[in-house]
Design a protein around this ligand. Sequence first.
Ligand SMILES: *Cc1c(COP(=O)(O)O)cnc(C)c1O
Length: 219
Amino acid sequence: MSLQDITTRIASAEAKAGRDPGSVKLIAVSKVQPNERVQAVLEQGHRCFGENRVQEAAGKWPMFKEQFEGIDLHLIGPLQTNKARQAMELCNAIHSVDRPKLAKTLARLAQEIGSCPALFIQVNTGEEEQKAGILPLEADSFVAECRALDLPIQGLMCIPPIEEEPALHFALLAKIAKRNGLTGLSMGMSGDFEQAIALGATHIRVGSAIFGERVKPQG
Ligand SMILES: *Cc1c(COP(=O)(O)O)cnc(C)c1O
């Protein structure tokens, strides 16, 4: 697959769902990809990228930002509080706000820095023990807590369990967002982004379908 193939598939999924053209933002997930592949996608004009580790993002994006204008960088992986400042300075959006301690740290740093990236609350829709995210039953109160801290919450994010039907999780995430008055939905990856678009995704996170299989496994 190429970037062009993916954007064509996004456009037809938008049309099929009766959604406005361009209403879905494609986050090209560049984690663990060789820089040549990332550079090639930048040269095709794409500017929105996702990384799941702050350290890895800090290792490559300052360099790309010098070469290319208008880069829109999204952190999609777990964030430790001691890396929060670096993440906020480097990224335009953070999709992994998943606990009160992190929310409080982000709020304090936003005051200090004077700005804050767009934020998404990660919901553990599958209630998986090993997965990050706020539990569905705690989501409403966590949204309220983040709002009380004046955090710019744009929407919700989920990563469905591998073995389950993703549509059920996308529908649940959309329902929680709706009842909380949130419009952003970060959901859908290489294997299921068309389903996510049908269920209202505003941000899809697509890695291997654009760049090819990741060359090293994620540790
Ligand atoms: C790696 C990753 C993706 C992209 O996965 P693909 O299957 O390669 O599209 C999306 N979201 C998150 C949170 C990821 O870590």
